[in-house]
Ligand binder design. Structure first.
Ligand code: SGN
Ligand code: CA
Length: 529
């Protein structure tokens, strides 16, 4: 099955290509530049432009500034809520089952074409800086500087096209180094050509190590817990019960929450190796400073926790988690500010699409969880803010968009025809309408998560989401648990607490959604479910 075309080529591309082709301006290719900034595990709940209760207490002024320049997407989703699959989708414009990168541990199909390869052939300068997290070599880039695996927060190692496959350590905090290298790329580029720059932060991925200056930034702030924190999964099937991603039971005292020396509270995660892994990249002075900072922060807990109830300890864990996570975001927000400052100072804003997204969403305690993976809103959704030149600014979009759309969007800006195996759609028509939904825009998305038996034990599932209703089909590839479905009415139950799969009132709709799911699988060639 194929989706041939290509939405209308944007006005900007036609004009830019014409200006090159008609001989008037041969020195400069005026196609739009693209700066694509992506964080790792950034919850939309932690961006103040989205207005969530958490972010109100930990504002992100620079992300809000970007939102004022463009469109804030309220319905942006991923097709597989996990880093490596999400990156593979971004790089290929293909669903996981098409590009082969279904899980963290397997490998992308080495024969698939990468979007940057197409962009490069079309005359773009291309670069990726930061987290890559795929086993394959970056392809289609003039230059790259990628972190080792998940990357480290302090003094991380990077590999470039010039280091012969070796990772070389650099001094500094990852978020800053990545920002600086991104700016250096823009500064040193060939100014006669358009560019596509991917800026991929490690932050705010686990284990949430803030920059020193922000270590205790939020220590005096008491963050409200989400009202679904004590969700007992009463209406749900096995997956929600069997996951291992609760703040209560699965978040560790030492590795995650930095209660160094808390030997009587050891968690399976808290081996010496894990502590070593976390601080291993710091130099001796930094380690000392780090331990001293946390010793101070841990004092009250260490002195008093023996008299606390289990629930009081869980509440404390929540505060420590959220404070560290949001302190890490503070540096990300600074980085966005620096990149915007650079683009403004160099008169690039009027000819550059600036995208801010995450590789997926994240739980900030909703349903009692951290991590992602599920097709429930907080992990299925990703923050997405885009400045498109000519935007009114400060608008919101309810159009359903997915990370599958980034590839087609970039190709659209370059004037490259979208390959027929890409099922995404260019978002340019939405951006040109300041976020309003163009006529005939999609009304349904497909999702598929595979990485079951890996960490956090989230069962495999696929499903469809159609603006209001969500059908999720859980299945166990090991055959131990029978498959089952859940159905949610997001209008009546936006927090997804009430699975109505057995409610007879919904039967006709559920049947319709089951059919939609079957059709979608056939259309895109999914054979495993
Ligand atoms: C690591 C984390 C997990 C996380 C995965 C995937 N553990 O394995 O908590 O779910 O990454 O995250 S850690 O001990 O290494 O921190 S992803 O964003 O890369 O998909
Ligand atoms: Ca991630």
């Amino acid at each position: 099955m194929k989706k041939t075309v290509f939405p209308l080529m944007s006005v900007a591309v036609v004009a830019a290509l014409a200006s090159c082709a008609d001989g008037k301006d041969t020195t400069k290719d005026k196609r739009m530049n693209i700066v694509y900034i992506m964080t790792d595990d950034h919850a939309f709940q932690a961006i103040s432009a989205y207005g969530d209760q958490l972010s109100k207490l930990a504002p992100t002024p620079n992300l809000d500034r970007l939102a004022k320049m463009g469109v804030l997407f309220q319905r942006a989703y991923v097709e597989n809520s996990l880093s490596t699959p999400s990156r593979a989708c971004l790089m290929t414009g293909l669903y996981s089952h098409q590009n082969g990168q279904t899980m963290l541990s397997n490998q992308i199909d080495s024969t698939v074409t990468f979007i940057p390869e197409l962009m490069h052939q079309a005359g773009y300068q291309t670069a990726v800086i930061g987290k890559w997290h795929m086993l394959c070599e970056p392809r289609g880039f003039d230059t790259y500087r990628v972190l080792w695996d998940q990357g480290e927060y302090y003094n991380p190692t990077f590999r470039t096209e010039n280091t012969n496959g070796e990772y070389v350590r650099e001094e500094g905090y990852a978020t800053h180094l990545i920002t600086q290298h991104a700016i250096d790329f823009m500064e040193q580029r060939d100014k006669d050509k358009p560019f596509l720059l991917y800026v991929h932060h490690k932050a705010p991925h686990r284990p949430w190590l803030p920059e020193f200056k922000y270590v205790d930034l939020y220590d005096n702030v008491e963050f409200p817990m989400p009202d679904t924190f004590y969700d007992d999964y009463a209406t749900r099937g096995a997956a929600a019960h069997d996951q291992r991603m609760t703040i209560d039971k699965d978040m560790s005292m030492i590795y995650d929450l930095k209660l160094y020396g808390m030997q009587d509270y050891l968690h399976y995660y808290d081996t010496e190796d894990m502590v070593g892994y976390q601080m291993g990249s710091m130099n001796p002075d930094e380690k000392e400073k780090w331990l001293a900072a946390y010793e101070k922060r841990n004092k009250d807990f260490m002195e008093n926790y023996k008299n606390w109830s289990h629930d009081e300890i869980v509440k404390w864990k929540y505060q420590r988690y959220v404070r560290d996570y949001l302190a890490v975001i503070k540096s990300v927000d600074d980085s966005v500010g620096e990149i915007l400052d650079y683009l403004e100072a160099n008169n690039l804003v009027d000819n550059t699409m600036i995208v801010y997204a995450s590789d997926q969403g994240f739980y900030m305690g909703e349903h009692g969880w951290f991590d992602k993976r599920f097709m429930y809103e907080q992990s299925f959704r990703t923050p997405l803010i885009i400045h498109y030149p000519g935007n009114k600014g400060g608008t919101e979009s309810k159009a359903l968009v997915q990370n599958l759309d980034f590839g087609p969007t970039f190709l659209d800006l370059a004037g490259v025809e979208q390959p027929s195996n890409m099922y995404g759609q260019s978002i340019v028509p939405v951006l040109q309408k300041d976020g309003a939904e163009p006529e005939g825009w999609r009304d349904m998305l497909y999702y598929h998560f595979y990485d079951h038996t890996a960490e956090h034990n989230v069962m495999r599932h696929d499903g469809v989401f159609g603006n209001r209703y969500k059908l999720i089909h859980f299945y166990d590839e090991t055959g131990k648990v029978p498959s089952y479905e859940e159905f949610y009415d997001l209008e009546k139950d936006p927090k997804e607490l009430n699975n109505v799969i057995d409610n007879p009132d919904y039967k006709p709709l559920i049947d319709e959604y089951k059919k939609l799911l079957e059709d979608k699988r056939k259309q895109i060639g999914v054979t495993e479910y």
